[in-house]
Design a protein around this ligand. Structure first.
Ligand code: GLN
Length: 304
């Protein structure tokens, strides 16, 4: 498959369409990004790299980092994890509060803000230095010692994180947050602040296309059984109330972030990352979704 040709065609086709949507300005630091950035990178499990556009430029990966939070929490907690968070699609947007009341403070899935906040709480209880240990885990998975939190973005999230603050307090009232609210929020805001390029993101998540092993250094990140399950959660919950649309149009397990990035994997074949900061109404990258739809259409490959 000539992926380089396919990526070049996708970039050319997308240049011709109107870039609708809005940059996520509710976190002020994210509002400063150039809305017309576009990058895409594809990395095969046999180490071939293909890229187009701004694929080497770092951006805020936001909720894409929740994939690694889930991977580490699942690795440590095993099936016990599912006592505190579900694995069902929510049909609600990423920072919704409504379902939580009906469902006694147990978030539907780990990719909702509420779900990721519970995972932060679990790792805080479990680890001696959770922020550092999560970074170390991500660095190992990516083979990249330069993965770091961005204090500027974390602070911007903290200053405007009223919803997330409400979510933690609400869940604490149900007994599903064990640690101090401020400590849980600090970990969560840092998690969301990580900046990576499309190239780095494909390296970080390639293990999900390779049965839980990073093919670059043969390092096992998670068991094959758990890798399969993380992919299934990405498939069903990675795009909030647009997960159905993403499965319908793209057909790959994936995860979006409000920084305009998306990661997706075709198990056994590749990981692919795309970045375009303007978001549709559901908080997912408008051109990013279009790009991945074109990729699976042109290559006639998806998990379906
Ligand atoms: N930091 C963002 C928030 O908590 C993450 C949301 C996202 O990327 N979908 O609102």
């Amino acid at each position: 498959m000539d992926y380089q040709k396919v990526l070049a065609e996708i970039a050319a086709e997308l240049q011709g369409i109107e870039n609708i949507g809005k940059v996520a300005a509710y976190i002020p630091e994210l509002g400063k990004v150039d809305p017309d950035k576009f990058g895409m990178h594809l990395l095969t499990t046999d180490h071939r790299h293909y890229s187009v556009g701004d694929s080497e430029e770092r951006f805020s990966i936001q909720s894409i980092a929740k994939v690694m939070m889930l991977t580490l929490a699942f690795e440590l907690e095993d099936e016990k994890l599912w006592e505190r968070v579900g694995v069902e699609p929510s049909g609600t947007n990423f920072n919704s509060l409504v379902q939580l009341e009906y469902e006694n403070g147990i978030p539907r899935n780990p990719f909702l803000n509420a779900g990721a906040l519970v995972l932060c709480d679990i790792l805080i209880s479990r680890l001696s230095n959770p922020k550092q240990q999560l970074l170390d885990y991500m660095r190992k998975a990516a083979g990249n010692p330069d993965i770091n939190y961005c204090p500027r973005i974390a602070e911007s999230e903290r200053l405007t994180g009223f919803r997330n603050t409400a979510l933690v307090n609400f869940m604490k009232s149900f007994g599903n947050i064990k640690n101090e609210v401020e400590v849980v929020l600090d970990f969560y805001f840092n998690l969301c602040s990580i900046e990576l390029s499309c190239r780095e993101l494909t390296q970080l998540c390639l293990f999900l296309a390779a049965d839980g092993v990073n093919p670059a250094n043969s390092e096992r990140i998670i068991s094959s059984r758990k890798s399969k399950r993380i992919n299934s959660i990405m498939q069903l919950c990675g795009f909030y109330d647009e997960a159905g649309e993403f499965a319908f149009r793209v057909g790959l397990p994936g995860k979006s972030g409000v920084g305009g990035g998306i990661i997706a994997v075709l198990p056994g074949e590749y990981s692919v990352a795309v970045w375009s900061p303007k978001l549709n109404q559901k908080g997912n990258s408008y051109k990013g979704m279009r790009a991945l739809e074109l990729l699976t259409t042109k290559t006639k490959s998806s998990i379906f």
